[in-house]
Each structure stands twice: as structure tokens, then as C-alpha cells.
Design a protein around this ligand. Sequence first.
Ligand SMILES: Cc1cc2nc3c(=O)[nH]c(=O)nc-3n(C[C@H](O)[C@H](O)[C@H](O)COP(=O)(O)OP(=O)(O)OC[C@H]3O[C@@H](n4cnc5c(N)ncnc54)[C@H](O)[C@@H]3O)c2cc1C
Length: 325
Amino acid sequence: MNRKIAVIGAGLAGLTLARQLQGLADVTVFEKSRGLGGRMAERRRGDFRFDHGAQYFTARDPAFQDLVATLAVTGGVAIWRDDIDDRRPGAPQTTEARFVGAPGMNGFARALSQDLDIRLDMDIARLERDDGGWRLIDNKNGTPGRFDWVISTAPAPQTARLMPSQFGHDDALSKVRMSGCFTLMIGLEHAPDFSASAIRAHHPVVGWIALNSAKPGREGPPCLVIHSRNDWADAHIEEDRDWIARELIAGVADLTGHDFSDAPHRDLHRWRYANVETPLGAPFLMDAELGLAAAGDWCLGGRVECAFQSAQQLSWAIAEKLKET
Ligand SMILES: Cc1cc2nc3c(=O)[nH]c(=O)nc-3n(C[C@H](O)[C@H](O)[C@H](O)COP(=O)(O)OP(=O)(O)OC[C@H]3O[C@@H](n4cnc5c(N)ncnc54)[C@H](O)[C@@H]3O)c2cc1C
């Protein structure tokens, strides 16, 4: 009989694991939100389309390059050719290709999700030992089933809370440090005349400004995505949201000379775990005896490609174990 694997999280790491393992086991992905992609996110408000998480990604690993090249042809990925105005002192000049999900950032995840068994809106609260495997318990006390393996791809602090004490990697998980970010989304009637489609800022509050509607494949009226600096977000993570939005708008005015306080649409998102400051330093955590494992960008670094690499390496390790038993 096929072994059953539960993957927690439908971000890039979770979907990569599910794709790699689906021929070897019955794989089910559980995602707490109503959409795919995790931090490769898109928010739709009316006609506006905002990539409010990851902005673009690079592909240096040959296997990731292959995947990106395939999806650039079949759909889900596009090359973003516009220049970025990088204002950080001594910022390196780079000609590295930049990619985005298409038609929105979560298009990448949607393309990867074909033929996978994915349960959305399913927040897994804890795992209980059950006849040599694990029973998942969701936040409404439902039990979506018993699994031989459970893999968490939630950010490290959430993985630490989810995993049972038997997992025994609390120490390693507690050393991973992730930082927050505030994202301000602004919908406009007319595109502003910025120096470039995106600005990487050197500013105490604002880290990034993108004319999101200028990215390839984005339909809809002009709109901006503004990210705070991660250290500023951590220092103000519980502050009043209106104050946060005002500080970000003031920062954008400093940087561009444009005042967006009267923009027709405004929305703020708080990411408690956005970036990885201190990664695990190993591609994954696994206890094959218990059938528990964890992967995600936090293992190797805070980039989309790191999530892929972590998941791919864990999938190889689990595939080996499945062959042995
Ligand atoms: C604001 C911001 C800007 C960024 N900019 C860039 C960038 O420009 N370039 C770049 O390369 N990277 C960027 N990143 C980082 C990039 O988005 C991540 O590295 C990558 O998306 C991580 O993928 P993942 O699958 O490891 O984790 P995630 O995408 O976080 O996926 C984990 C999933 O698990 C789900 N989950 C968590 N707990 C549970 C639970 N208990 N039950 C069920 N589901 C659960 C979550 O909802 C989520 O969907 C950015 C991230 C943010 C937030």
C-alpha cells in the first residue's frame, strides 16, 4: 500500500516537495490560507493587482533554471527586464536575469500545483502520534487524516510551534532568525513618472518601491507596492497600522517627490516572517524514524530559490528512505 505524506504549506517549498514525491507516495498538501504561493503572493482589490510579497527572483541553481525555463514557455513565469534604480551606496551592478510569476507572482505556484491534491483553508494546529504515523489536527479540531510522514514548510517559528516534542530539533529551529516587513499597496489612476519601474531605497523606513503594474503580464490600473525595511518593521511590528501607512507614504515622498496620501486605494499588509536573517545552515531537518521533516527558505536563505533548493534536497532524502522501507 502507498505511504501517505502530508505537506504543510502550499508555498514554493511545499509545492516542490509535493511534485517530487507524488509518484512515490500519496501526497496531500494542507494550506491555511485560501490561495497558493505563500510569500509569493498576489492580492487583488477591484481591478488592482499587487504582488505584495516576493518581488522577483533569480535562478542560479541548474535545476531551478530548468524549472523556470519550462514555466517561461508553458506559463507561470516571465522575465522582468526593466531596470531597478538601486540607490544603496556601493550597490553591485548586476546583469542577472530577474523573473516574476505570471500573470501575478502566485502564477508560479498555480503552475506548479497542477495535478496535486491540495486542501486550502486548512490550518494545521498540531500532530498526534497514531499507530506509528501522525494524525493531523486542524484549528477547528477536525482531523484531516493519518499520515506516515508529515513535512512542515511553514516559516521556522511556525514549524517550531507545530512540530511535536519528539521531533527534537527545537534548538536548531530557535536559532533561525526571521524578520518582518510591512507592505503598503497603493492603487492609482495615473502612473507616476518614477526614475525606474522599481527603486531599491537607501532610507530609514522604506526598502523598496515598485510600480507593480509595469511588471510583465500585469493587467489593471497603475499600482505601487512599497516594502518597509525589515529592521524597521521588526522595531514597529505591533504599531498602529494607520501610523505605519503614514510613515511609509512619507518615506515614498522623500524618495520620489510624490505624495500618495490621497490615492484612491490603499491597503497595508504585515508580514511577521518575511525575510531570513539567520538561516538554519543546512538544507532541511528530518527524522526518518518518526516520519517528520521540515524545509523552506529559512533553511538556506531568504530567497525564492532557497525554498526550492531546500525542498528539492529534502525530497531526495525522503525518496531514499521510502525506497528502503
Ligand atoms: C515582503 C517580502 C518580499 C520578498 N521579496 C523577495 C524577493 O524579491 N526575492 C526573493 O527571492 N524572495 C523574496 N521574498 C522571500 C520569498 O517570498 C520566500 O523566500 C519564499 O516565497 C519562501 O517560500 P516557502 O515555501 O519556503 O515559504 P512560504 O511561501 O512562507 O510558504 C509556507 C506556507 O505555509 C503555510 N502555513 C504556515 N503554517 C501553516 C499551518 N499551520 N497549516 C497550514 N499551512 C500553513 C503558509 O500560509 C504558507 O503558504 C520576499 C518575501 C516577502 C514576505
